[in-house]
Design a protein around this ligand. Structure first.
Ligand code: GLA
Length: 782
């Protein structure tokens, strides 16, 4: 709900309020963002900045307001030149390099629903019942330049989205150096959490206290990046948390500045370090949409709000709230080296175990036998797939599976027909040797002819292959920015125009193929953001599928994004990225908290392992809606000093929960493990028991000789043969306990294997071992 009473604007969601007011000078003073104020009486004076005394050395806004120092006012927007010395939300250059602007309140409109944004940017959506919008128009005191601030309130998600639009009503071109989507000025002390990393270690959670000065969280390589995701959180010691994210896939910047007066300013938007825009006379420019949430239940609460928002107001089309298929992906199963027979047996055996979607990853086209060639030449390699793409896809469909295809459309290999034919289509500066990433260049998507070519090629390809799923990859970042596109007047625009070009292409393709399930990917999770999620329904989280690494990666990712968008696969052991060994069941347990896939050569597994996979898939399917769309709770963080990691998903009435209990390293003679979950229904009685797992006898190594009648050596034939045919069932453990017991005390679990003795109750975990516990409400004492 949005109201305007006198000078005060109030934006209310289910559990939050956001307040600001028009000052006597016509600026917008930010007053409050926090728990919902339910009392209709609000004292504006109580929240307003007191300005009765001058401050030595400070510059007053004007002589009529000698105590108004913009640099110490919490505001809804800021520009430069009138005594605001913090980082400004908007910086515009006009005339001979002047930058002073002074935006003053003009008018406001309140609308039900959400007006469409212009300029080709993706955006959140909602019905008139779900959201309402406030549009504020401001105008510079002197020049005909206007700034519109748009707020859309999504009551149920506790999310407010924001964007800014600049109107150049002058008759000269002006230059935008910066236009953030959101400015939020806060009081009090805050910790900042960011999600940082690189390839194969994306979105690790980092938290630090904020101190006076500036912290920048940004990307400069042309993509939202694995270096620093655009999602950030500010949390305080009252367990309040504010989350911010941006619906954008290019360079972003989140700047957090603690001023000398202890105010904390948060800005998010396109990164001004790699952006500028020449705005012609009578033209307008709109920023991407930023999203904002507040929760009095800490970061967990704030990320739950984001999950609700992404599932309801970002994900769209046929796959919204639809259960996602279990897939098998050919990449780590075969890399570039495969034949049709090899892939078909992988598909056949996977289908037999319950897999629903076969994904043909890299290596199926042109002359691509390694990563040195053929991107751009999107026609099938008939040496590998003699039946062609149509034939191969038919075989997959015949197995009752969906058919998925990997493409990397934004790229061209130096060794390719396409590059020979259109060398001018790549991003490169004439007379300068362009830098390369994975032997490839980026196609200039700012050019209409390039986009038209890709649209046609991909449309034909997806029809030909009767494709049900597309993995859209992007494996290098930008350098040598230059375009022969005559529309580009200045290369400060280039990266933004590229992103807009990409969005246009994705929009057209997703419209043409509304039933296809699109999964985004960029060397794993190098472009994991809300902009992409407006087109693709899911994202490849990381190339790293090691169970331990994934606990950090999925946990960090889960702060901003729901499990329903996070691709997570079971791969082989030792893991291809870390060489770490972990057992098949634990790889599954972690991958199950996301969109399950298998990315290993299933045909090479033994019968025991295949049976384990069959029961994993059947378990996953039985609980899929909970694992993909349930409420996710980070009970014990991987990102803490604890040796244990505990995650849970719960359904809406808490009658069913699945809980992951994992450990990093095994300890000898360990203390009892305690399963304490506060998010249960304390009034209920639950049955609690672990998913049955298989324990590979190899885990016991030479110890097996204590019970074996014949001597068995590690790695020997006897061990191999036994492990192929026999495995142990995991422990028998079952409780009936009250919600109060589980929430307040916790269940002491069976003893772990600790070096002395083993029986059917013993929990054999080892390093990186885990279990999934099922909690089922059996009786309610309401
Ligand atoms: C990227 C992706 C992988 C795989 C390869 C294929 O690295 O992240 O999942 O598709 O490309 O080349």
């Amino acid at each position: 709900m949005i109201t305007k009473t006198d000078r005060l604007f109030t934006l209310s969601t289910k559990r939050t309020s956001y307040l600001f007011a028009i000052t006597e000078t016509g600026h917008l003073e930010h007053l409050y963002y926090g728990r919902r104020l339910n009392n209709p009486y609000v004292s504006l004076d109580a929240f307003a900045e007191k300005r009765s005394l001058p401050v030595g050395g400070a510059v007053a806004y004007d002589s009529d307001h000698p105590t108004l120092f913009l640099t110490n006012l919490a505001t809804e927007y800021s520009t430069t030149g009138k005594g605001e010395y913090r980082e400004a939300m908007v910086e515009v250059e006009y005339g001979r390099g002047m930058k002073t602007l002074d935006f003053i309140y003009q008018s406001a409109r309140i609308l039900s629903g959400k007006p469409r944004m212009f300029g080709g940017l993706p955006q959140s959506y909602g019905t008139k019942e779900q959201c309402s919008t406030l549009e504020i128009m401001l105008k510079d005191r002197v020049l005909p330049i206007r700034l519109a601030l748009t707020y859309t309130v999504f009551a149920e998600s506790d999310v407010i989205t924001r964007r800014a639009t600049l109107y150049n009503d002058t008759n000269q071109t002006i230059r935008i150096n910066n236009i953030a989507s959101l400015q939020l000025d806060l009081t009090g002390e805050w910790n900042l959490t960011t999600f940082d990393g690189s390839w194969a270690r994306e979105r690790y959670m980092h938290t630090r206290p904020l101190r006076p000065g500036i912290h920048v969280n940004d990307s400069k390589g042309g993509v939202s990046s694995a270096d620093h995701n655009p999602c950030i959180f500010l949390s305080n010691d009252r367990n309040e948390s504010i989350g911010v994210n941006l619906i954008y896939s290019g360079d972003h910047r989140e700047l957090v500045e603690v001023s000398p007066y202890g105010k904390t300013r948060v800005l998010t938007g396109i990164n001004p370090a790699t952006f500028s825009w020449y705005l012609s006379a009578q033209d307008r420019f709109q920023s991407p949409e930023a999203i904002l949430t507040f929760s009095a239940s800490g970061m967990d609460g704030a990320s739950r709000n984001f999950h609700h928002f992404v599932n309801n107001h970002i994900t769209r089309g046929a796959w919204k709230f639809r259960e996602r298929p279990v897939l098998v992906n050919s990449w780590e199963a075969a890399y570039f080296k495969f034949t049709e027979d090899k892939l078909l047996s992988l598909a056949r055996e996977s289908a037999e175990l319950g897999v629903e979607l076969f994904v043909l990853d890299d290596g199926w086209f042109g002359l691509r036998n390694d990563d040195t060639s053929s991107l751009g030449d999107w026609s099938v390699n008939t040496k590998k797939l003699p039946g062609g793409l149509a034939g191969f896809s038919r075989e997959i469909h015949r197995l009752g599976m969906m058919f998925g295809l990997w493409v990397e459309p934004e790229m061209v290999s130096i060794e390719s027909q396409l590059y020979k034919k259109h060398p001018d289509w790549v991003i490169a500066i004439p007379d300068r040797q362009p830098s390369v990433g994975r032997n490839q260049y980026i196609l200039d998507l700012t050019r209409q002819d390039v986009r038209d070519h890709l649209l046609k090629t991909l449309t034909d390809l997806f029809h030909l292959g009767d494709v049900n799923y597309v993995k859209w990859d992007m494996n290098r970042t930008f350098t040598d920015l230059y375009s022969s596109n005559g529309e580009i007047r200045h290369h400060g625009e280039f990266l933004h125009r590229y992103v807009l070009g990409l969005y246009e292409l994705l929009e057209k393709l997703t419209q043409t193929f509304p039933k296809i399930l699109f999964e985004g990917c960029a060397s794993g999770g190098n472009r994991f953001d809300l902009g992409m999620l407006c087109y693709v329904s899911q994202m490849w989280t990381s190339d790293n599928t090691d169970a331990l690494s994934r606990m950090y990666i999925q946990e960090g990712t889960s702060c901003g994004y729901p499990l329903s968008v996070m691709g997570s696969h079971v791969s082989t052991s030792p893991n291809h990225q870390t060489l770490r060994r972990s057992d098949l069941e634990s790889r599954f347990n972690v991958a199950a908290f996301g969109l399950l896939g298998y990315e290993l050569d299933i045909t090479a597994l033994n019968r025991q392992q295949k049976e384990a996979i069959r029961s994993q898939i059947s378990f996953y399917k039985n609980h899929r809606s909970l694992l993909q769309y349930g409420t996710f709770i980070r009970v014990k963080l991987a990102n803490s000093t604890s040796n244990q990691v505990v995650w849970a998903v719960a359904n809406s009435d808490r009658s069913e929960l699945l809980v992951l209990f994992a450990q990093k390293l095994a300890e000898a003679n360990p203390p009892s493990d305690i399963l304490r979950i506060e998010d249960v229904d304390t009034q209920a009685i639950y049955e609690v028991f672990p998913r049955q797992q298989k324990i590979d006898l190899k885990m016991f190594g030479d110890l097996i000789n204590r019970v074996s009648p014949v001597p068995i050596t590690e790695g020997g034939i006897a061990q191999e043969t036994i492990s192929k045919t026999i495995s142990l069932d995991s422990e028998v453990e079952h409780y009936r306990a009250s919600g109060e017991q589980i929430a307040y005390g916790g269940i002491k679990l069976n003893a772990q294997f600790g070096g002395l003795g083993y029986d059917s109750m013993t929990r054999v975990m080892a390093d990186f071992g885990s279990r999934i516990y099922l909690f089922k409400r059996v009786d309610s004492k309401r």
